[in-house]
Design a protein around this ligand. Structure first.
Ligand code: PLP
Length: 458
């Protein structure tokens, strides 16, 4: 869409009347009209009707190159034919047997073959449930109470991980969470080896350390492998359970997640998203002796209390079928590598646009991730040389970003590209030359529109 005399907002509203109508209805039903905070978008989000491969269409018939990718769960793109065949066949057999089934075994076998830390598997219904269980297992196994987490890292929305993602960076309890829970969560700064050492010397009762192993929000605030090595060493010495939250990175960074890519094995790993091929599902996997706390016989023999675990939709047969089909493809193909390569070229191409246009933003990320840094303080950065690790405190402080990420995202939507609110994106293995060209052009048009509107200087 060309925008000679138009503002981005006017163009957005002109092209999305159907989404506006549905959003008005939704506001009468849901708080903010939403079912997930990260779909929040002013004046209203797009409503999508269908998707295929790397693209999707909204109710008004607009087509978008999709980098939201089912919140990162669709490394194989929308509707991969083998995954769809498996899902349809599973639906036809029944959506819930209230019983064990063979597909959950095939699914767990693939997980244990692919994820180095996975000696045992327990399926959950979401990533949030997986991190909740991982922390409970760690506390029960060690008999200790404290958990270390990093500011800005996301581990789902349960009480234990509510502080420190987007607010309450001092570790105080968020609204509705008991102080007693927050008091047992210790906040650390990413990449701060000395700070971690201090925490471990001050606290001898640390049950677990949990982190997103490429850094918060899939490398938006990057962590380098040497820091992971340091964490592995210090947790091993302290008898603390190291938990890699690979809900996003698992089966994406490599077929065996970050742990396979960097050769560092955590004690426990949390998985979701790609695990179940775009359907609901999660898992906590890891050392047998830790997951044994879920085992009826082992706990009885050890004289230990078994950890209870229910969940109506754990290892649901349809999710399991999608998971088996997806992991089978990932195990035997170069899908992760293709997505990683596309993302790397895309980041370079988008930075070239920024340099051509003399805009001091940066597109950064690692593996198949994409993050747009809109430089709230106007620092003198060179887009292609941007070192996000140096900017972590500023990236964490969302209040400094002042609406520009939303405007950038709107510009991309108007020009046929959907990223998430970061603005960030996940690349799939189905993104190809056509999507590359469309995205680069959309980005250039967005930058030019924002310049025309006086939103960014030259
Ligand atoms: C790193 C990480 N952990 C945990 C979660 C929570 O997973 P779910 O949304 O399945 O509850 C997410 C979700 O985005 C995530 O990115």
């Amino acid at each position: 869409m060309s925008l000679p005399n138009d503002t981005l907002s006017a163009a957005y509203e002109a092209m999305t009347p159907g989404s506006a109508r549905l959003a008005a209805k939704a506001r009468e039903l849901f708080p903010s009209g939403l079912t997930h905070d990260s779909r929040h978008f002013d004046p209203y989000p797009i409503y999508v009707t269908k998707a295929q491969g790397p693209v999707k269409w909204d109710v008004d018939g607009n087509k978008y190159v999709d980098y939201f990718g089912g919140h990162g769960s669709l490394l194989l793109g929308h509707n991969h034919p083998e995954v769809m065949t498996a899902v349809h066949a599973a639906f036809d057999r029944g959506t819930h047997f209230g019983a064990c089934h063979e597909t959950e075994i095939l699914w767990a076998e693939l997980v244990t073959q692919m994820i180095p830390s996975a000696e045992r598997v327990r399926f959950t219904s979401s990533g949030t449930e997986a991190t909740l269980m991982a922390l409970r297992l760690a506390r029960a196994f060690t008999g200790r109470s404290k958990v270390v987490r990093f500011r800005g890292h996301f581990h789902g929305w349960h009480d234990h991980m509510a502080s420190g993602y987007s607010n309450h960076f001092d570790g105080s309890a968020t609204a509705g969470v008991l102080e007693g829970i927050a008091d047992h969560v210790l906040m650390a700064d990413p990449n701060d080896e000395a700070g971690i050492e201090r925490l471990f010397s001050d606290h001898k009762d640390i049950a677990a350390l949990i982190l997103e192993p490429t850094g918060a929000s899939f490398g938006k605030m990057p962590i380098a492998p040497p820091f992971l090595t340091h964490l592995r060493d210090i947790t091993r010495q302290a008898g603390t359970i190291l938990i890699f939250d690979e809900v996003v990175t698992g089966f994406r960074v490599s077929s065996g997640g970050v742990q396979k890519a960097v050769g560092i094995t955590p004690d426990l790993t949390t998985l979701a998203k790609i695990l179940s091929g775009g359907l609901p599902g999660g898992a906590v996997v890891g050392r047998k002796d830790i997951l044994d706390l879920l085992d009826f016989k082992v706990t009885k023999a050890l004289g230990r209390e078994k950890i209870g675990h229910q969940g109506t939709f754990n290892a649901n047969p349809v999710s399991a079928a999608a998971g088996v089909a997806t992991l089978t493809i990932l195990k035997d193909s170069d899908a992760c590598e293709r997505a990683n390569a596309f993302a790397s070229t895309l980041r370079a191409n988008l930075n070239e646009v920024l340099e051509d246009e003399q805009v001091k933003w940066a597109v950064h990320g690692s593996y198949s991730g994409l993050h747009i840094f809109t430089n709230p303080d106007g620092d003198d950065i060179v887009p292609s040389k941007f070192d996000a690790a140096r900017y972590i405190p500023r990236i964490i402080d969302k209040s400094r970003h002042d609406g520009m990420p939303v405007k950038a995202r709107m510009g991309l939507l108007v020009n046929g590209v959907d990223v998430n609110t970061g603005p960030s994106g996940w690349v799939s293995a189905t993104h190809g030359a056509e999507e590359m060209a469309l995205t680069v052009e959309a980005f250039r048009a967005t930058i030019r529109s924002l310049k025309r509107e006086g939103e960014i200087g030259v």
